[in-house]
Design a protein around this ligand. Structure first.
Ligand code: EPZ
Length: 419
C-alpha cells in the first residue's frame, strides 16, 4: 500500500505535460475488439484502469502490448465473449465491453461493473437501448447473458438521460449492426467524439457526435487504425486548479482547450489569469482566490461532475461563500469529510454543498474515497499548511498518471511513500 505525503503551502509553478484521457482510452480500447488487424493507440495513459481494460481484451483472445504510451491490440483471435466477475469489478468502464463484444461476436456474458462509488450507478439505459437493437438479455446467477439471435440491428434509441457509458455502448454495438441506428438524447462529452473519431478511422459511418442526435450506419467490417487518444481534460483542470489553490502559475502542455471551456471561466471568475494558446494553457493565480457563484453540475457542455470535487477543494480557501449543486451522482460529496478534517467549512445538504472559504487549511491524514475525491484532497494538501497524507491512493492511480511526478516537477512537495 502506498500513500502521498505532501508538505503544503508551496505554490505550484512550472510546466505540466498532460496525459491522454482515461475516459477516452477505455471505450476506444473496447472498440479495438471490433477491428480486423492491428489497432495502435498513441498517447494512451499508463493507468490501472487501462491495464484492467487490456486484461479484459486479453481474456477475450486479443493480443495486447503497451510500450511507453502506445498500446497495440490485435483482435483477430477473439474467441471468448464472457467477462469474469473479477475483471468486471475492476472498473465501471468494463460495461462498454458489452456493446463491443455483442458487435463482434453476437453474444456477451457480463455482471454488473465496479468503479468509483458515487451513489447508485444502474445500467438500465444501456440495457434498454441494446434490447431495442435486438439483444435478448437473461439474468442468471447475478450475470447478464446477452445474445442477439438474429444479429444486431440498427434502431432508433432514445436515452432517458444522456448517459456517457450508454451512448458509448450503443455506438460500439451499432457500428457493425445491420442498418442505421439513431441515438436521441446522446451524451455530448468530448470523449464520445474521440471514440467516434477513432471508429471512423477504422471505417465506421458515424455522424452527429458532440450533438444530441448521433447517426450510425452499420458496416460489414472495420479495420484497425492508428489513433492518438485526446488529452485528459479533467486531469488538466486538476493541475490548473492545483496552481490556482496555491497562488501558483502553471503552463499545461498538450491540451485541447475547447474541451475545457466549460470550466476555465470558473477559474477566471475566481481571479485567475488564463492565456490560451493553440495546445497549451497558462494559468497564474492571485494570492487568494475569490469564491465563485453557484456551480451546478450538468451533462456536457455543462459544468462537469468530475470537476466538482476539484474546484471545491480550491474554494475551501477562497474569499467568500461558494455553493455547489451536484445533479449527476447522488453521492459525490465524499471528499467533503477529508476537506473538513483539514479545516474547511463545508455544509452538505442533499444535492447542495455550501463552502465558506477559510484563511488556511492545515495538513491532516485523509483517505481518498474515489478518483476525483483523491485529487481534491491532493489539491487541499498542496494548499494547506503543514503535512498531509493522502491514503487509499489506488483510487487516484486509476485516473492520474504519476500525479506526484507531474506536481513535484512544478515545485510541489509531494512524494509517494509506502504506507
Ligand atoms: C462517465 O461515467 C465517466 N466515466 C465518469 O467519470 C463521469 O463522472 C460520468 O460519465 C458523467 O460525466 C467514464 O467515462 C469511464 P453516466 P458513466 O452513465 O458513463 C445515471 C471519473 O471520475 N445512469 O453518464 O458511468 C447514473 O446513475 C468518472 O473519471 C442511469 O440511471 O456515467 C448517473 O447518475 C467517475 N442508468 C448518471 O446517469 C444508466 O443506465 C450519469 O451516468 C446509466 C447511467
Amino acid at each position: 500500500m502506498q500513500k502521498l505525503a505532501i508538505s503544503g503551502g508551496v505554490p505550484v509553478e512550472g510546466d505540466i505535460p498532460l496525459n491522454g484521457a482515461k475516459n477516452s482510452a477505455l471505450p476506444i480500447l473496447a472498440g479495438s475488439l471490433l477491428c480486423k488487424g492491428e489497432t495502435v493507440l498513441e498517447n494512451c495513459p499508463r493507468l490501472t484502469d487501462v491495464y484492467a481494460a487490456m486484461r479484459i481484451l486479453t481474456h477475450t483472445g486479443c493480443c495486447c502490448a503497451i510500450k511507453e504510451h502506445t498500446v497495440s491490440v490485435c483482435a483477430d483471435g477473439v474467441c471468448c465473449s464472457e467477462i469474469p466477475e473479477a475483471l468486471m469489478q475492476e472498473m465501471r468502464s468494463s460495461i462498454v465491453f458489452l456493446g463491443a463484444l455483442l458487435g463482434r461476436t453476437g453474444s456477451c456474458s457480463v455482471c454488473y461493473p465496479g468503479g468509483c462509488e458515487l451513489g447508485p450507478r444502474p445500467i438500465d439505459i444501456h440495457l434498454d437501448a441494446l434490447r431495442k437493437m435486438g439483444v435478448r438479455i437473461l439474468r442468471r446467477d447475478g450475470r447478464l447473458e446477452c445474445t442477439a439471435p438474429c444479429g444486431l440491428k440498427g434502431a432508433c434509441v432514445h436515452l432517458r438521460f444522456p448517459s456517457v457509458g450508454a451512448t458509448e455502448n450503443v455506438i460500439l454495438a451499432a457500428v457493425l449492426a445491420k442498418g442505421e441506428t439513431i441515438i436521441h438524447n446522446a451524451a455530448r462529452e468530448p470523449e464520445i467524439c474521440d471514440l467516434a473519431h477513432f471508429l471512423r478511422g477504422c471505417g465506421a459511418f458515424i455522424r452527429g457526435d458532440g450533438e444530441s442526435t448521433i447517426r450510425i450506419k452499420g458496416t460489414d467490417e472495420l479495420n484497425g487504425c492508428v489513433h492518438r487518444i485526446m488529452p485528459d481534460r479533467i486531469a488538466g483542470i486538476t493541475y490548473l486548479t492545483a496552481a490556482a489553490a496555491t497562488g501558483g502559475a502553471v503552463r499545461l502542455c498538450g491540451t485541447q482547450n475547447a474541451c475545457m471551456e466549460n470550466v476555465l471561466p470558473v477559474l477566471e471568475q475566481a481571479g485567475c489569469r488564463i492565456e490560451r494558446a493553440s495546445d497549451d494553457i497558462y494559468l497564474s493565480a492571485p494570492s487568494r482566490l475569490r469564491a465563485v457563484p453557484r456551480l451546478r453540475t450538468m451533462p456536457h457542455p455543462g459544468f462537469p461532475t468530475d470537476v466538482q470535487p476539484i474546484i471545491m477543494a480550491a474554494m475551501t480557501v477562497a474569499e467568500g461563500v461558494s455553493v455547489f449543486e451536484e445533479n449527476i451522482f447522488e453521492c459525490r460529496y465524499r471528499h467533503a469529510d477529508g476537506l473538513v478534517q483539514m479545516g474547511a467549512d463545508i455544509c452538505v445538504s442533499g444535492r447542495t454543498a455550501v463552502v465558506s472559504g477559510v484563511k488556511e487549511l492545515s495538513g491532516a491524514h485523509v483517505n481518498a474515497t474515489d478518483l476525483r475525491s483523491g485529487a481534491a484532497l491532493v489539491i487541499a494538501g498542496l494548499a494547506a499548511h503543514g503535512e498531509t497524507e493522502v491514503r487509499q491512493i489506488h483510487h487516484i492511480d486509476r485516473g492520474y498518471e504519476e500525479i506526484e511526478k507531474r506536481l513535484s516537477a512544478a515545485g510541489a512537495r509531494i512524494r509517494r511513500v509506502a504506507q
